[in-house]
Ligand binder design. Structure first.
Ligand SMILES: Nc1ncnc2c1ncn2[C@@H]1O[C@H](COP(=O)(O)OP(=O)(O)OP(=O)(O)O)[C@@H](O)[C@H]1O
Ligand code: SF4
Ligand SMILES: [Mg+2]
Length: 342
């Protein structure tokens, strides 16, 4: 079930949306784990299933359109049997105790996540009081400590301010303060720095790394930005059209990428300015209603071959490094420029 140091283990997760236009296979047979104390980077272009995977970990898939068709998400618990998060009622008490206290999430746009009519302090206090029996005074004290911890100056004044009185970077820090107010074991950060400029982004990444160490937690960091992955992640999973196509240590992904998609992402990375935006890779992610047969990356792949009309298996290159591509099956040695047929 769970290895000793695994905190979360996602097994064969399938999340589909049943829309008027048809079925969107947003996450299709995805398995991975987050190890205690690590930062797992989740990389991929828009629409690849990163956020849906994150929401599934908190059993927050919008129903009835969204449905979990298959899968288990095991959460390790001290001295107890692991718990399958997906077996819990989505709005029941048990999952309520996990959200915020064991696993927390920070979203991309703080203005839509923060309540504009409540002070920042009140929003942190609500999170604290939801999971701890503490007085209002103690919760307020905790709110000020958290604001201080995330680098907001003069916390005794900041605690009474409203979201519109904060800058974008401060709002993102406040979101992090709310998410971490109950000492979660896993923080899911879903593109938390995309709306920020490069300098503020760097400061937030540094803050998250420091907090991860001091609070002894793990982070699942979602981004479409390779530069951010390089700065923060220990291991990486690369997603494409709802599937994991490559996984490895951050140095495997940057210095020895195997999957043609990852290779293209790296090649198309701008070298100057805001690093790593993935917008320049040719072609686009297929529409979920017109997925190609076999390998979903085949229309954009320079190495596509007849056999790619069948779905490739995930091949282990080293125990830490895998690629879901025919180039590595049956003794294949990977990318060979002459093998390119397009
Ligand atoms: N509520 C929903 N109803 C219908 N389809 C949805 C819903 N939420 C997500 N999807 C679809 O699921 C797929 C995966 O979406 P997801 O939000 O996980 O992408 P993402 O990788 O997070 O992209 P981005 O980088 O743009 O945030 C997409 O095709 C998306 O359109
Ligand atoms: S399976 Fe085929 S089409 Fe898909 S990435 Fe590998 S070589 Fe390219
Ligand atoms: Mg997303």
């Amino acid at each position: 079930m769970l290895q000793t140091n695994e905190l979360i283990k996602v097994e064969d997760l399938q999340v589909f949306f049943h829309t008027d236009e048809g079925i969107v296979r947003a996450v299709d047979n995805v398995s991975f784990s987050v190890v205690q104390g690590e930062t797992l980077g989740v990389l991929g272009e828009s629409g690849c299933g990163k956020s849906v995977t994150a929401r599934a970990v908190l059993n927050l898939i919008p129903r009835p359109k969204g449905r979990i068709h298959n899968g288990r998400i095991w959460l390790a618990r001290d001295g107890k049997q692991p718990l399958d998060i997906l077996s819990l009622r989505p709005y029941g008490r048990q999952i309520g105790r996990i959200r915020g206290r064991e696993v927390s999430i920070v979203f991309q746009e703080p203005m839509t996540s923060l309540n504009p009519v409540h002070s920042i302090g009140r929003q942190i206090m609500e999170a604290v009081q939801l999971h701890n029996r503490v007085s209002k005074r103690e919760a307020r004290q905790r709110a000020m400590e958290m604001l201080d911890r995330v680098g907001i100056s003069a916390p005794s004044q900041a605690v009474d301010k409203y979201p519109h009185e904060f800058s974008g970077g401060m709002r993102q820090r406040a979101m992090i303060a709310i998410a971490l107010s109950c000492n979660p074991r896993l923080l899911i950060a879903d593109e938390p720095t995309t709306a920020l400029d490069v300098t503020i982004e760097s400061q937030i990444l540094e803050l998250l790394s420091e907090l991860k160490e001091s609070m002894d937690m793990s982070i699942m960091f979602i981004t479409h930005d390779l530069g951010v992955i390089g700065e923060i992640a220990d291991r990486v999973i690369v997603m494409y059209a709802g599937k994991i196509v490559e996984r490895g240590l951050v140095r495997d992904i940057f210095h020895d990428p195997k999957h043609p998609y990852t290779v293209k992402l790296l090649e198309s990375r701008p070298r100057v300015g805001k690093t790593g935006e993935l917008s320049s890779i040719a072609g686009s992610v297929p529409s979920p209603f017109e997925l190609p047969a076999g390998c979903y990356f085949s229309p954009r792949c320079d190495y596509a071959h007849e056999r790619c009309r069948q779905e490739p298996a995930e091949i282990e290159i080293t125990p830490e490094h895998t690629a879901k591509c025919w180039l590595f099956s049956e003794g294949g040695s990977g990318i060979d420029a002459e093998a390119a047929v397009n």
